[in-house]
Design a protein around this ligand. Sequence first.
Ligand code: AMP
Ligand code: MG
Length: 544
Amino acid sequence: MFFSVEDNIISLFTSLSFNNQFIKALPADVDETNQPRQVHNAAYSWVKPTSVVKPKLIAVSQNVAGILGFLPSELTHYEFAEVFTGNKLLAGMQPFAMCYGGHQFGHWAGQLGDGRAINLGEVQTKNHGLQMLQLKGAGRTPYSRTADGLAVLRSSIREFLCSEAMYHLGIPTTRALSLCLTGEQVTRDMFYDGYPKLELGAVVCRVSSSFLRFGSFQLPAARKDLSLLKQLVDYAIRTDFSRLLDENSGVYDANLYLKWFAEVSERTCSLIVHWLRVGFVHGVMNTDNMSIIGETIDYGPYGWIDNFDIHWTPNTTDAQGKRYCFGAQAEIGQWNLFQLANAIFPLINDAEPLNKILNEYAENYQRQWCLMMAKKLGFAHYQGESDQQLFVDLEVLLSSIETDMTVFYRQLAKFEIKKAPVQEQDWLPILTAAIYNSAVLSLTLKEQWSQWFTRYSERCQQDEHSTVDKITLMNNTNPKFVLRNYLAQQAIEAAEQGDYSEIEKLQKILQNPYNEQEHYQAYAQKRPEWARNKAGCSALSCSS
Ligand code: AMP
Ligand code: MG
């Protein structure tokens, strides 16, 4: 790729050192025009970000900046926003968009690709290997199809805040370095009702060691381009799964590919168990939104469970089918892995071991879910079937009337375990704090809850954990603060009026989601009634 004077390359932020391995290792699109098209025999296309009129930095993650090696003074440099909206390139950056396909809502969609994401280059970090910088919303690429390549402030705030919140919850995720306004307006039909509006344009700089998706492997497989498929798989293994390659004595063979698939399967499973632990619903688990390294990726119409409901989906496009609702995520993970298995089959040519791994996913998920639930309830160990029954019965009760998931588990740590029979006054305040409308708590339900708390109390009494250990484990497993949909929406509405203080505040609170942070009590409350059916708080469209 050739750069010209108008590429606006600047020699700034020299503390960052670029080492662009992806483009070195994989084939580039020979066509360098920025026109929508099918791209064959290539993992990516060269494309430059589109210039914007007035970049302005409105939020930055100090933690990510630190990982990348920025000096504190560089974050306040007036050129920072120019670079992280794509107006200027740093020496060493070589921008490109990745080519991938995917299944969308169960149907093969063919080529998709980075329609509005532009990778800038890989930063060599001190402790986190190579980290790719990627601008989301930086203009059209050969993969934009008929769309504009842009992103609006509303969805960019949601991506910025949620990816950082997810990281601090201890859940694998792409990160976000910065959030900038472009100074331009973008047209969006937020409700898909034929009334488009002008919104503020924005760009988030995302960061990950890999932006490869299941769909990155599916596309060459669907096109029977085995050479590209193998190059991509080998590259993914070499860079993000190098331990497997070492264990296989550096040999790329069917055995290695199977071990790799088993690890992708394990990472996917454990990611989804994390989501279920904290009440996260991704909302669009299409195979192009499934990270090959098992990170949460592509924050679109995601949502957080307020009242516990396994059928809840925040995505209006999915309101009927509920394909990606809270409780379906583990199964969808397996469905997506099945598509990945199909894609890599030509490298293995044996369906049986692939099927075995897919079946193990289901068992693994059951096991991991039970271990996770045991932690949520504060147990030292998972004790098998009777514990599982306790978990299942709890979820039935939580669903029976609107009960806030996050508040409930946090309250549960306050339930006092004692030898005496459990009385209503021991558990009712705990439950009441989490219930949306306590008037609907019938006598029958009270009786059922009473029985459940009695069983829970008995189980805790024979557990090895001391009370202190139990409470510590519960409060390290059950977050007090999550990015409730209405909280994000409030920050968005303020930011659209030019007030970015809520973004900063949420960023700060969500850095310590398991801590009490008494002074931020207001951010750990049940969803207020006004937010129940408000757009952005209860349901979101894919429009972003
Ligand atoms: P998503 O549903 O966000 O995962 O996007 C699916 C596909 O549409 C991906 O290839 C995206 O890059 C592309 N896409 C989404 N929004 C836009 C946009 N505004 N401009 C161009 N491409 C987009
Ligand atoms: Mg996507």
